[in-house]
Every structure is written in C-alpha cells, then in structure tokens.
Design a protein. Structure first.
Lengths: 276, 212, 232
C-alpha cells in the first residue's frame, strides 16, 4: 500500500515539475534561434518556385486536438502562398478541418486583406470517404464539389474555371494529423496523376511519412511538428506562434531527458542493492 | 450581451480545460462529465457537417433540382437506408449489401494504391546509386538506406527459420528498427509536449493574462 | 442470397476498380466515377449509423441505470443541443432552417453552433490530448530503462533526436569546427531521420503493403468473409 502511495506521489511530482518547466519559458521567453532543416526547406522551395497565379490545393485534414502543431504551419504556408500570388482551393477530409481552415484563413487574410473570395481563394468544404474522394477529384472536381460552402455553384467560381481535375493544380499541400491525410494524397494524387504533394503533419506521424521524401519525389518535403512550423516561420521572416513556443519545447525536452537519466540511475541502484 | 457571452465562453473553456487536467490528480466527476460532453459534441459535429457538406450538395440538392436527371442517385440512397437497417436485429442481413460494396471498393482501391505507392514506389526509391553524391556523409547514408531497407524487409520474412548465417541480416534489421523506434519516440515526445504548451498558453495568455 | 450476393457485389466492385486502373477508358471510367460517387453517399449513411448506434448504447446505459449514468445523459444532452443548434441556425459557412440567424448572432456574437465549437469542443479536444504529455513524462521516468544493446540503440537515438529537434541542441554543438559539422546535433538528427529511420520505415511500408495487397485480394475473391458477420 505504501509502495503504491510512493508511486502516486512520485507521479504527481513529475506532473508538477513538467507543468512548471513548460510554463516558465512561456512567461519568461529565452529567445533561442531555430535552424532550418532540409525537409522544411524542400516544402518552402515548392511553394516559392510555383509560378504566379497558379491554382493550388490546401487540404485541412486535422482537428483541434493537434491545433498547436499544425495551425501555425497552416497559417505560415497560407501566407507564403498568398505572397506568391497563388490561388488557393481549401478542402477538408476531416469535418473539423473546415473550421480549422476558416481560422487559418482569418489570420492569413489579416496580412493580405486585398485577397478576394472566389478570385484568390475559395473554401469548398468537407468531403467524406478519404482516398475515394481524392480519386474522384482526380476524375472531376465538380462532381465531388458541386458547390462551395455558401452554395455558389462550382462553374460560377471564377478561379475554378480552368480546374477540371487535380491534374490542373500546381501542387497539393495537406496539413494532416492522421488518416485520411498526406499518405492518401500521395497515393491518390501524386502517384497516379503526377501532381506534386507537400504538407505538414504532427511529430508523431512524421517519421512514418519521411520515406515518401525520396528520389521518386513522392513528397516534396515535409513539415513535422512544432519545430518544423517554427522553421517555416523563420523562412518567411515571421515570428509566429510556433517560434514563441520553441523555448518551452526545448526546456521540456531537457526535462524528459533528465527523467530518463534519473529513472535509469534509480533502476541501476535498485538492481545493485538487490544483487547484494 | 455579446460581451457577456464572450466572457462566459472563455470561462466555459477554462472550466473544461481544468476539468480534463483534474484527471491527473485522480478520476473525478468533473473529468467524467467533460469526457461525455466531448463525446456528445463530437458526434453532433460530425453529423451536422455530414449533412451540410455531403448529403445536401451531393444528394439532396441534385435530387431536388433535377430529379429525372439524377434518378440513379436513388440507388445509393436505397443502399444507405439498407445500411441503417443494421440497427434492427431481424433486418440486419440487409446491411450486408452496402457493406459489401464499400468493402469491395476499398479493397480494390487499397490493392492498387498500396502496390503503386508503398511497394513499387518505395522499392524504386531504394534502387539508387549510393555513390552518386560528392558528399561522403550522403554516400554513407545512401548505403545505410539500401542495407537497412533490405535487412528490415528480411526481418519480416517468416516463411523460413532465421538461424545461423540467415540470422545476420535479421539482426541488422532489428538494429535499424530500434533506431527508427528511438527516433519515433523522440518525435512523439515533441508532439505530446507541443499539445501541452498550447493549452498552457491558452490558460496563461487568454485567461490569466500573464503572457502578453 | 443473404450471403452469396454480397460476396458477388464485393467481387464486382473490387474487380471494377482494378480494371479501371489499367483501362481508364469507356465504359470503365464512367462506371468507376459512378461507384466513387455512390461510395461517398453510402459512407455518409455509415457515419449516420455510427451516431445512431452511439445514441442507442447511451440510452441503454441510462435506462439500465448503469454506474455513471448521469454522465451518459449529459453526453446525450450535449449531442442534442449541438445538433439542434447546427440544424436550426447552421454553421459559420452554412445557413440552417432559420437562415443565417442574424438575431441570435447579435446576441451570442456568433452562431450558437460555432460558439459551442470554439468554447466547448475545441478546449475539450485540445486538452484531452495534452494529457499525454504528462503520461509520457511519467513513462520516461519509470519505463525507459536500458537493459540490452538494442534498447541502448533506441535510447541513444532518442536522445540525439530529442536534442537535435530543439533550439538548445543547436546551441550545444554550435562550436564544432567545419570538418566535424556532421556531429552538430541538428545535422546528426536530420541524418538519422533521412537514412536509418527512413530505411526501417520503408521496410515496414513494403512489408505492410504486401500484407494489404494479400488481404485485399482475399476480400475481392471472397476468401475473407469476416466483414459479413456469421453465415445466417
């Protein structure tokens, strides 16, 4: 019983220390700089080198549970795309993605208030069935999205006049935290149609998607986690919400490493004692 | 009034946030209440967006504006209604038809897409010239990539017992997998901590105004 | 009829998808477009089925006065409220039965559905997953003990990646000369992710793909029938 109580007390101390370690750098920022990795640079290069007035697709495939990691990526990439004068089609394969898209556009449009709905960007909304919906978009966008969210018919939206299928877009950027997400876009858009795909994902999913960044260019770079979001903000010269949080991230990582070290020392000492 | 509602909304958010965090001390009624409210809100959200984003534009609008031209849509509607009969034990067997269509279609898509992307695409990406680069580190990396992929696939080959010399590539494969799991652990820590940072920022900035 | 016809449906749909991949011309392209449209509509009903099922299961627990039944009632009430708000006044993007709800928007500041989404759903969703940070800290202290060469490898990699993916890691090894820049923690971390990690993940992808192709073929050919339930 007292062993259980000790374990419980230990656990609560760990939680409290973690809480303090994460809160303090938020209150007293340190201002450490972020180095940019190759994967983020590749994604940035794709957006940067896509010609003016190209139509691109941004797919919001995440929900509020991963908003801290992915929303800064969405805002930064939207701003970058707007700065390159690209025309953005927003879609969502997760229902919560629709509201996430609205919030990201609100922030991006603060910097680019002259962008007009229907001419520079459009939100076509959510569609069910993941990879099947993407395959259907590869045959006919209008069939999948007969109208946008406000009811304007597909054929009446000026920027969509030349976009019949996914082959007519310059690239697809999928911001995803699971399935359906980046993998489905690679499978149903990149490999069969040749449309370049890039995107951002949570740090949990990133290691499993990195094999797609390869010589076959199945993915053009990948943003993985909060660090990648802050790297992208650095590339577009923005001090955004991701950059501000990196100090707390760094301190928390050091704390976790300290916990691992203390845990191993404790296990070693306990083992030695029991051997004696 | 909208000012009051905005303040009320903020305090509602704080209540739910702290109720969920209270689980860290121990399970309690506030956490259970918040958990069930989350389930209820989530289910309703899905249903509302399903209705507006899928059913209305792809089915109802098409049928109401041009019924004769879209008569064929009555077939998936009927199949969808058969799906709902799964709820009644006596008519459960009728739901097999739409389920079979969905499963068959998914199986066909998966077979083709996984063969192209995960099998042929990944094998092609491994068939590289490791010495193509001038950079020594990249050359070493490419060799590791090729050896690691082959040994990793070999590890998953269970049709013959891996012993003696046959166990060597398997062992190498395990080492590469351990490196991958270590990297995944590092990234997972990053992901989880990020989510906590987000919530703390909300509490310290939007609620307590400690952060500007 | 009850069992054989669904198997035929699964076979026809699966084969149609595969053939259309190799013959993307008429009539297969038309057939596959139709099938994909139907799939999206039927998926919608499948989600509706899931919601009704959840509703039924909660009602049963409340009727039977299971322990914690008041909480299930709260779940149902929140479901009903959100659904009614969504259908009556719509969402930010869509108009509801009562139109755009300008009057209620003036009172609440936004549509009631969006109000609940921003002030209830979003904090609940975000906080639920942020609990995992605490659990991973606790697991790091108690469970990640080095016991063998393989676990050593795992831990060393984790340490390099965790340090390399922070600003602190960059600072720690910024003093390294140009010739040893490979050992700069962010560079080392990127090397691990690009080569050994990608190699292992690629092996997993290839092996899983072979498994999926095999099981998909079994479903199409009717060898795998578990999705139909028992033979009744």
């Amino acid at each position: 019983m007292s062993v259980n109580k000790n374990t419980q007390t230990e656990r609560r101390i760990i939680y409290l220390v973690l809480l303090i370690a994460v809160a303090l750098p938020l209150i007293f920022p340190i201002g450490w700089k972020t180095e940019v990795s190759n994967y983020t640079k590749m994604a940035w290069d794709l957006v940067e080198n896509t010609p003016d007035s190209s139509v691109v697709v941004f797919s919001f495939d995440y929900d509020p549970s991963t908003i801290t990691e992915i929303q800064p990526m969405a805002e930064a990439m939207l701003e970058h795309s707007f700065s390159r004068n690209q025309k953005i089609i927003a879609v969502a394969l997760w229902p919560q993605g629709v509201q996430m898209a609205d919030q990201a556009f609100k922030v991006a449009l603060q910097k680019y208030p002259d962008k007009k709905y229907g001419i520079d960007y459009v939100n076509l909304g959510y569609k069910v069935a993941g990879i099947v919906a993407i395959q259907a978009m590869g045959k006919s966008m209008q069939e999948v999205f007969p109208s946008d969210q406000s009811g304007i018919k597909y054929e009446d939206i000026p920027m969509l006049k030349k976009v019949k299928t996914l082959k007519d877009v310059a690239y697809i950027c999928s911001l995803s935290s699971g399935t359906p997400g980046i993998k489905e876009w690679v499978m149903a858009a990149r490999d069969p149609l040749g449309t370049p795909v890039t995107g951002g994902t949570t740090a949990v999913s990133a290691p499993g998607l990195l094999p797609y960044v390869n010589s076959q260019k199945q993915l053009y770079g990948l943003l993985g986690g909060l660090k990648a979001a802050s790297e992208y903000e650095t590339l577009i010269n923005k001090i955004g919400s991701a950059t501000i949080k990196m100090d707390a991230q760094s301190i928390a990582h050091l704390l976790i490493l300290a916990f691992i070290l203390i845990g191993n020392i404790k296990a070693f000492v306990t083992k030695k004692r029991s051997e004696q | 009034m909208s000012g009051f509602m905005a303040t009320f909304g903020l305090w509602l958010s704080v209540f739910f946030t702290l109720s969920i965090f209270s689980f860290l001390y121990k399970d309690n009624p506030f956490y259970k209440l918040s958990e069930q409210i989350f389930v209820g809100l989530s289910a309703a959200y899905w249903l509302v967006y399903l209705y507006y984003s899928v059913m209305v534009p792809n089915l109802f609008n098409k049928l109401f504006t041009d019924f004769k031209g879209n008569l064929i849509l009555l077939i998936p509607t009927a199949l969808g209604l058969l799906m709902l009969l799964r709820l009644i034990p006596k008519t459960q067997w009728l739901s097999r038809y739409p389920i079979a269509i969905m499963i068959g279609t998914s199986a066909g898509i998966n077979m083709v897409r996984y063969a192209k992307t995960d099998l042929l695409g990944q094998i092609s990406a491994t068939m590289i010239n490791p010495f193509a680069s001038d950079n020594v580190i990249t050359v070493i990396g490419n060799i590791l990539l090729i050896v690691g992929t082959i040994c990793g696939v070999y590890f998953f080959y269970f049709s013959k017992k891996q012993e003696g010399i046959r166990a060597v590539p398997s062992k190498l494969g395990i080492w590469f997998l351990m490196i991958s799991f270590g990297a995944s652990f590092g990234y997972t820590v990053m992901a989880r901590i990020s989510l906590l940072i987000g919530r703390l920022e909300f509490l310290l900035k939007d609620w307590l105004h400690i952060i500007k | 009829m009850k069992y054989k016809v669904p198997l035929i449906f699964a076979f026809v749909c699966g084969i149609l998808v595969v053939i259309s991949e190799f013959i993307p011309h008429r009539p297969f392209n038309m057939l596959i477009t139709t099938l994909q449209d139907w799939f999206m509509i039927i998926s919608g009903f499948a989600i509706l089925l899931g919601q009704i099922s959840l509703f039924q299961s909660n009602i049963k627990k409340i009727k039977n006065k299971n322990p914690d039944w008041p909480f299930y009632l709260a779940g149902l009430i929140s479901f009903a409220i959100m659904l009614v708000f969504g259908l009556l006044w719509g969402t930010q993007e869509y108009a509801g039965i009562f139109g755009q709800g300008d009057k209620i928007q003036a009172v609440v500041g936004m549509k009631p559905f969006d109000y609940l989404f921003n002030n209830a759903f979003m904090p609940l969703s975000a906080t639920m997953f942020s609990l995992l940070a605490f659990f991973i800290a606790s697991a790091a202290y108690r469970a990640f003990i080095i016991r063998s060469f393989e676990s050593n490898l795992l831990m060393i990699t984790a340490v390099i990646v965790m340090l390399g993916r922070t600003s602190f890691g960059g600072m720690l090894t910024s003093w390294l000369p140009e010739g040893l820049k490979f050992l700069h923690l962010p560079n080392l971390s990127d090397f691990i992710m690009e080569f050994p990690n990608s190699a292992a993940q690629r092996a997993i992808l290839i092996s899983a793909a072979l498994g999926i192709i095999g099981s998909s073929l079994r479903i199409i050919l009717g060898i795998e029938r578990s999705y139909l339930g028992g033979e009744k």
